[in-house]
Design a protein around this ligand. Structure first.
Ligand code: SAM
Length: 207
């Protein structure tokens, strides 16, 4: 069974190599997610599973980012980027997306890029997002979404155990369906990354 500890170990181990592989491949999704978020001046943004901080360079200078991740290795890299390539103030914390240490209704803007298929229990993480978001908050999620194509489903079935067993990610969650169950409003979905393998899902939290 995949646990947060397995995942943490995987990301701790590969944190210094992460940018080499995932910066070029996943870059457009992060940039576009922040464009779609269009945070207001002075906004406080929660970034869930901030990783090595590859999104930092895209935030405008007049917002504040609070980023957290479960892996200390990834956070170490993010700390360097916060100092080197970020235009706005950034605070970082170690935390589990499935159990966030924030009171209800804390944030107006939330972002999670390539995270929700990595956490062991995405349902819990999504519940936490809706809990800590204020009514009307804008949420942007970049992720792999389960395919509606039968051939892709077969490929997902083949690769899912391989990726899941090393704690990298799972392909078997209907994330879009889950967000709808929670009452996500103004949902907009657009494809991103090579072969449109990922999607950017933006929505507002119901009032
Ligand atoms: C594929 S990386 C994405 C990182 C970053 N968002 C990006 O765009 O490159 C997944 C990140 O989720 C983090 N993560 C995995 N499980 C987590 C959890 N339960 N709580 C918080 N972060 C988690 C990992 O440590 C890793 O940094």
């Amino acid at each position: 069974m995949i646990t947060s500890q397995n995942i943490k170990q995987t990301y701790d181990r590969f944190s210094s190599l992460y940018d080499l592989i995932f910066k070029p491949y996943l870059e457009f999704g992060r940039q576009r997610a922040i464009e779609l978020m269009r945070p207001m001046r002075g906004a406080r943004i929660l970034e869930i599973g901030v990783g090595t901080g590859l999104s930092f360079e895209y935030y405008p200078s007049d917002v504040e980012v609070l980023g957290f991740d479960y892996s200390f290795g990834m956070l170490r890299e993010a700390k360097n980027k916060a100092a080197d390539s970020c235009h706005c103030p950034v605070k970082l914390a170690q935390m589990d997306a499935q159990n966030m240490a924030f009171p209800d209704n804390s944030f107006d803007y939330l972002m999670a890029a390539y995270v929700l298929t990595v956490v062991p229990d995405p349902d819990k993480a999504v519940r936490e997002i809706f809990r800590v978001a204020r009514p009307g908050a804008k949420v942007v999620i970049v992720n792999y979404l389960c395919s509606r194509n039968k051939l892709m489903n077969i490929i997902e079935d083949i690769f899912h155990p391989v990726f899941a067993s090393i704690g990298l990610f799972t392909l078997k969650h209907d994330l879009a369906g889950l967000l709808m169950q929670h009452g996500a409003q103004n949902v907009r979905i657009e494809p991103t990354s090579f072969l449109n393998l990922h999607h950017i899902v933006s929505f507002t939290v119901p009032a």
